[in-house]
Ligand binder design. Structure first.
Ligand code: GAR
Length: 199
């Protein structure tokens, strides 16, 4: 059984998609052991508690500097003895010590087709604003392994989503979530849990 930890900052719809997929049996051999947020008000924490999953906040505000925050985050993550860390809307740059300690065992969902609209400054709604401003006709989502760079690790899965006339960033964000993110993130976990990833 793959022990999964999910790191979140906000609403947690991707977390919910993972929990639902495990409950339905479309993701097998995986269990979410813990949900950790940098934001005490993240609704994702409520979703975890409702599911009976350990949920906690490690906020940078509670530490004197970034280094102390990073140490605390890593020590809380380590305490769950996790096999896989899933960044599901986690808007904190991952400390290098965590990347080194969990190399090849951290995955992230990004709401565009990488390498478009990714890297520094591209997160959440900003990604969809940029896609609409550029006038792309197709966008989508990407699940990738996390390395030291920003959205630069090896790609695991991508799914394209149509941009439609009249889309606002919010409408497009919702379509990308429904048609792509909520499918490929659980699917990637299933593949990792069942050794289905091809080198
Ligand atoms: C998702 O759209 C995710 O792809 C994005 O944040 C949102 C979180 O939503 N992540 C990034 O932009 C990372 N660069 P959720 O909390 O409802 O899952």
């Amino acid at each position: 059984m793959l022990r999964v930890g999910v790191l979140v900052s906000g609403g947690g719809t991707n977390l919910q998609a993972i929990l639902d997929a495990i409950d339905k049996g479309t993701v097998t051999n995986a269990r979410v052991e813990a949900v950790i947020s940098n934001n005490a008000n993240a609704f994702a924490l409520e979703r975890a508690k409702k599911h009976g999953i350990a949920a906690e906040c490690v906020s940078p505000r509670d530490f004197p500097d970034r280094e102390a925050f990073h140490e605390a985050l890593l020590s809380r993550v380590d305490s769950y003895h996790l096999d896989l860390l899933v960044l599901a809307g986690f808007l904190v740059k991952i400390p290098e010590a965590m990347i080194a300690g969990y190399r090849g065992r951290i995955i992230n969902i990004h709401p565009s087709l990488i390498p478009s609209f990714c890297g520094v400054g591209y997160y959440g709604l900003k990604v969809h604003e940029a896609a609409l401003a550029r006038g792309v006709k197709v966008t989508g989502a990407t699940v990738h392994f996390v390395d030291e760079g920003m959205d630069s690790g090896p790609i695991i899965l991508q799914k394209a989503v149509e941009v439609k006339a009249g889309d606002t960033p919010e409408i497009l964000q919702r379509r990308v979530m429904e048609e792509a993110e909520w499918k490929i993130l659980p699917q990637a976990i299933h593949m990792i849990a069942n050794n289905l990833l091809q080198e």
